[in-house]
Design a protein around this ligand. Structure first.
Ligand code: ADP
Length: 493
């Protein structure tokens, strides 16, 4: 069969193999015996019952992680051998890429073309990248006063609790596991209740790769129970969290007594700025991708699109054309570009914001409705004549709703772009490279893309200014977030 024909065939639903807690290398039901449902967002069908872990399971998982960290096999292992196990995990992920992509699509609803082309390849790349770091984590020698030899050691932070969201379940898992494993930490992960399946599958592959039992533990369950137990646990050294800013503030308070190290990767309301001198075709394509990719369920979504006045109408028209052409439908069809939102709550929230947009006086150019009558599909929605004070321009929607605003010059746009509590990402489109660099320097955000959008690479640090986060993930900076610096001073007398 020709490749093109294979590409057009609908992908089969994968088998679901792991649904229990993974603790100390064992697959266990929740201590309470409870389970929760996970559903396929395109059909609203229940696809699996998953163990609903809570405090008792977290306690067991922390014990297992501590045993490996406090003198267990992992703590004794040469760094290079840690790296080799991670390379093996990356190879197993690659061998199982098709299955993982299908599982991601089943649990999250994202189009199979995205899970195949983006999510899973990035997962593999992340684990492989950090495998290479395992034996390159070095300290310094420092010329202090007196007859002393002073050096630093970068030591693993310890047992890390990792709490992840549902928008990129496998990728968030890789972003958390990669640097933690390379640094020599041990892990208790709490995946999102909407999407526990790929994380559990990845844990099984980690076990097959030979990563010792207890190094990675996964406890599926809910935030206020399992998640909170992890955050409060006195024997957990750090929490790495990706999710909403509101949840991060709860975690920050709950982690105060035990003074855990915290890294947060949170939401955004990212400004995307198109100057009239930009390559408008590329700018429109990039801005469309920058918002509608993953059904708008991206923390970096370029949800405030500022277009310079003279190009405004043309950009709006071209965006509307693209929205009309966007293929919305069954995420298992490789032709589908736009799948359902992850669940009823997100679906309801997005449609509420569409109403806010209309109430506040924005002009709905395309979309604005549910797509079909089954599953959590929302049409790609475009609002023009949006002003800075409208709720759709201020609050994170986390859905396929793009607001287009108008601006006149660089000084004005820098001020307006920064008028938000968020600071995760931004983009600038212009052929005038000096102007693009100038704006990139003025925007207070962790990532600024110039003439591109959503370009992620494992080697490049990612994270937020202001209320979009604390610390950085990816790259060397992401690794540093999993180490403690120790100074050793030796008398030479
Ligand atoms: P989203 O709106 O994207 O679901 P959340 O911040 O609610 O974002 O969820 C992200 C992750 O945080 C999920 O794994 C969720 O279960 C977890 N979570 C939610 N509430 C808490 C909490 N109080 N303590 C710890 N984790 C939580």
């Amino acid at each position: 069969m020709a490749t093109a024909e294979i590409m057009q065939e609908k992908v089969a639903h994968p088998e679901i193999r792991q649904t229990q807690c993974f603790i100390g290398g064992k697959w266990l039901p929740a201590a309470s015996g409870k389970t929760f449902e996970t559903i396929h967002p395109a059909t609203e069908e229940v696809i699996a019952q998953v163990a609903e872990g809570d405090k008792a399971d977290i306690d067991l998982a922390v014990d297992a992680a501590r045993a490996q960290f406090d003198g267990g096999e992992w703590s004794q292992m040469d760094a290079r051998d840690r790296g080799r196990l991670m390379y093996k995990l990356a190879d197993l992920l690659e061998e199982n890429a098709e299955e993982l992509a299908a599982l991601e699509t089943l649990d999250n609803g994202k189009p199979i073309r995205d899970s195949r082309a983006a999510d899973i390849p990035l997962v593999i790349d992340c684990i492989r990248y950090y495998a290479g770091w395992a034996d390159k984590i070095e300290g310094k020698t420092i010329p202090i006063r007196g007859n002393h030899f002073c050096y630093t050691r970068s030591e693993p932070i310890g047992v890390v609790g990792q709490i992840i969201p549902w928008n990129f379940p496998a990728l968030m898992c890789a972003w958390k596991w990669g640097p933690a494993l390379a640094a020599g930490c041990t892990i208790v992960m709490k995946p999102a209740e909407q999407t526990p399946l790929t994380c559990l599958r990845m844990a099984r592959l980690a076990q097959k790769a030979g990563i010792p039992d207890g190094v990675i533990n996964v406890v599926p369950g809910f935030g206020p129970t399992a998640g909170a137990a992890l955050v409060e646990h006195p024997r957990v050294d750090k929490i790495a969290f990706t999710g909403e800013d509101k949840t991060a503030k709860i975690i920050q308070r709950a982690a105060t007594d035990t003074m855990k190290r915290l890294t947060f990767e949170l939401g955004g309301k990212s400004p995307n700025v198109i100057f009239a001198d930009a390559d408008l075709e590329a700018a429109v394509a990039g801005s469309h991708f920058g918002l509608y990719f993953n059904q708008g369920q991206c923390c970096t979504a370029g949800s405030r699109l500022y277009v310079q006045a003279s190009a405004y109408d043309e950009v709006v028209d071209r965006l509307a054309e693209r929205n009309q052409a966007r293929q919305v439908g069954d995420p298992f069809d490789p032709a589908t570009e736009h799948g359902p939102q992850v669940d009823q709550a997100q679906f309801d929230k997005i449609l509420k914001y569409v109403e806010y947009g209309k109430e506040d006086g924005a002009k709905c150019i395309s979309g604005g409705e549910r797509h079909g009558d089954q599953g959590y599909f929302v049409q790609p929605t475009l609002f023009a004549n949006v002003t800075d004070d409208m709720r759709i321009a201020r609050e994170e929607i986390f859905g396929p709703v793009l607001s287009v605003l108008k601006f006149d010059d660089v000084d004005e746009i820098a001020r307006r772009a920064n008028d938000t509590n968020f600071g995760l990402a931004a983009a600038v489109w212009s052929r005038d490279i000096s102007k693009a660099h100038l704006l990139a320097s003025k925007i207070r955000a962790g990532t600024v893309w110039v003439n591109c959008y959503n370009v992620f690479d494992t080697a490049a640090p990612f994270g937020g200014f202001k209320q979009s986060g604390i610390g950085r993930e990816l790259g060397e900076a992401g690794l540093a977030a999993y180490t403690e610096n120790k100074t050793v001073t030796v008398s030479l007398d």
